[in-house]
Write a protein that binds this ligand. Structure first.
Ligand SMILES: Cc1ncc(COP(=O)(O)O)c(C=O)c1O
Length: 428
C-alpha cells in the first residue's frame, strides 16, 4: 500500500492556487487595524472562514434549527445535513462516513477515546507519546497513569526539532498498546514521519492515534493509505467552524466500548458522540469542505470526484505555501539576533509547514507579538499548549516563542511587509 496518496494530476499539471479568488471568499481578510490591513498570521491558532461557512451556519439556524430524531421536517433536514457533513469529512480524510465521529474539539474527542481505550488497559501496559506533540495528544493519555499504565515519550532532536525516530523505535516495546503522535508540530512546524510511526505501532501490535490538527490545512490526509487506527483534527484550523473530528477505523469503533448514556444508539459513529452536537457548526463543516472542493476544481478542472478535487486543492496549496516559506526563511535569517527554531534549510521544505517559531535576543515574544499586532500583524506568543517543546528548548520560563503561521490565504506581499515590520521593531 502506498504511504501517501499520489497527487493526480502531478503538481506540475495543476493550475496555480487561485489566490485572488481564495482571498475574496474570506470577508474577515478585509479588516484593518490602526489604518493598516489586517494580516492573519495566526492560522495555527485558528483560521478565518469563507462566506459560505458563515452563510451555512446562519441558514441552518434560520430554517432547520432542530434536534435529531423528531418526526417532522426540520428534524429530518437536520439529520440529512449531518449525514452530508459526515460524508464530506469522509472525503476529506479518505474513509467511510461511519468512521467519522464529530465532537466539540480534538481535545474533547481525544479524552473520550483515550478513556475508552484505557478501560482495557492496566499495569504492564505501555503508551508511547512524543515530546513534540501539542498537549491534547499527551495529557489525555498520561491521565491513564491512574490505571498504572506506563507512559513513555519519544524525544525530538533539539537542533532541527524533528522527531527522533530512533528513540521512538526504542520506546515502542511488545508491551506498547497505543502510540500517539502528531502529524505536524503546531509550535515549530515540523512534519513528522507519521507513516513510519504508524508502521512501528502496527509491528508492535499497538494502536496508532494521530493528531492531524496542525497538518490538515497544509497537506493532504489519507487515513487509508496511512493505515492509522485513529486520526483527529479540528475544522477551525482548516477554514471551518470550531469543532473537532475523529476518524476511527470501523473495527475499533465497533469493538471498543464508549462511555455513553443508555438511550443513545449503540451504532457507530453516533454511539461515540456525546449529547446534542453543535448542529449549526456541522452545517458549516459541509460548507467548509465545499470550499476545499471548489478551490481544488480551480486547480484541476478535470477532478472527477470531491476527493480528487480536495487532493488537487492540497497540491496547489502546498506549492503556494512552499514559496511563502522560502521567502520567510530567507527574510528571518537576515534579521540579526533572531533564532528560528525548527527546520531552517530551504532544501528541506517538504519536512515542514509554513509555521515559524522564533525568538529575538532582547525582546520577549509577547512584546514582539504586541508590537506586530499594533501594526496589524496577528501572530502568537507563548507555548500554544506544546508545553513539552518549550520546556525541552528551555524557553518556557521566558515567554516561549513568537509564532508566525502562514496558510494558503496569505500572500508573498504580506510576508514581505511582516518581515519589514519585524526588522523595524527589533531595530528600535
Ligand atoms: C497540533 C494541535 N493539536 C491539538 C490541538 C487542540 O485542538 P482543539 O482546540 O480542537 O482541542 C491544537 C490546537 O491548537 C493543535 O494545534
Amino acid at each position: 500500500m502506498p504511504l501517501a496518496e499520489p497527487m493526480t494530476p502531478t503538481a506540475l499539471d495543476l493550475a496555480p492556487l487561485d489566490l485572488t479568488w481564495a482571498r475574496s471568499q474570506f470577508p474577515s481578510l478585509a479588516q484593518t487595524v490602526n489604518g493598516q490591513p489586517a494580516v492573519f498570521l495566526d492560522g495555527p491558532g485558528g483560521t478565518q472562514v469563507p462566506q459560505r461557512v458563515i452563510d451555512a451556519i446562519s441558514d441552518y439556524l434560520t430554517h432547520d434549527n432542530a434536534n435529531t430524531g423528531g418526526a417532522y421536517q426540520t428534524s429530518r433536514n437536520t439529520e440529512r445535513m449531518i449525514a452530508e457533513a459526515r460524508a464530506a469529512m469522509a472525503d476529506f480524510l479518505n474513509c467511510d462516513a461511519e468512521e467519522i465521529v464529530l465532537g466539540a474539539s480534538m481535545t474533547a474527542l481525544t479524552y473520550a477515546m483515550s478513556r475508552s481505550i484505557g478501560r482495557e488497559l492496566g499495569p504492564g501496559d505501555e503508551i508511547v507519546l512524543t515530546l513534540l506533540d501539542h498537549d491534547a495528544n499527551f495529557s489525555p493519555w498520561k491521565a491513564l497513569e491512574e490505571k498504572d499504565v506506563t507512559i513513555r515519550a519519544a524525544k525530538f532532536n533539539a537542533g532541527d526539532c524533528t522527531l527522533d525516530m530512533d528513540d521512538m523505535e526504542r520506546q515502542i516495546t511488545r508491551r506498547t498498546r497505543v502510540v500517539a503522535a502528531g502529524y505536524a508540530s503546531n509550535a515549530v512546524g515540523t512534519i513528522n514521519n507519521v507513516a513510519g510511526v504508524v508502521r512501528l505501532a502496527r509491528e508492535a501490535g499497538a494502536l496508532s492515534y494521530i493528531d492531524a490538527v496542525h497538518y490538515a490545512p497544509h497537506g493532504v490526509i489519507d487515513v487509508r493509505a496511512l493505515g492509522c487506527d485513529f486520526l483527529a483534527c479540528s475544522t477551525y484550523k482548516f477554514f471551518g467552524p470550531h469543532m473537532g473530528v475523529l476518524y476511527g477505523k470501523r473495527e475499533h469503533l465497533q469493538r471498543l466500548r464508549p462511555y455513553k448514556v443508555r438511550p443513545n444508539t449503540n451504532s457507530i459513529p453516533n454511539c461515540w458522540e456525546w449529547g446534542t452536537l453543535n448542529h449549526e457548526c456541522i452545517a458549516g463543516i459541509k460548507a467548509c469542505v465545499d470550499y476545499w472542493e471548489e478551490l481544488g476544481r480551480r486547480a484541476n478542472p478535470s477532478a472527477t470526484s470531491r476527493r480528487a478535487a480536495i487532493v488537487a486543492a492540497h497540491a496547489a496549496i502546498r506549492l503556494h505555501e512552499r514559496a511563502l516559506a522560502e521567502k520567510m526563511i530567507a527574510g528571518l535569517s537576515a534579521i540579526p539576533r533572531l533564532k528560528l527554531y525548527g527546520i531552517g534549510d530551504s532544501a528541506r521544505l517538504d519536512d515542514r509547514c509554513a509555521t515559524f517559531a522564533v525568538r529575538v535576543d532582547g525582546h520577549t515574544p509577547l512584546e514582539l507579538a504586541t508590537k506586530l499586532g499594533d501594526r496589524g500583524f496577528f501572530t502568537w506568543d507563548g507555548n500554544y499548549y506544546a508545553i513539552n517543546v518549550t520546556e525541552q528548548l528551555d524557553v518556557e520560563r521566558t515567554g516561549g516563542f513568537l509564532r508566525i503561521g502562514l496558510v494558503h490565504y496569505n500572500t508573498a506581499e504580506e510576508v514581505e511587509r511582516m518581515l519589514a515590520a519585524l526588522r523595524e521593531i527589533v531595530n528600535l
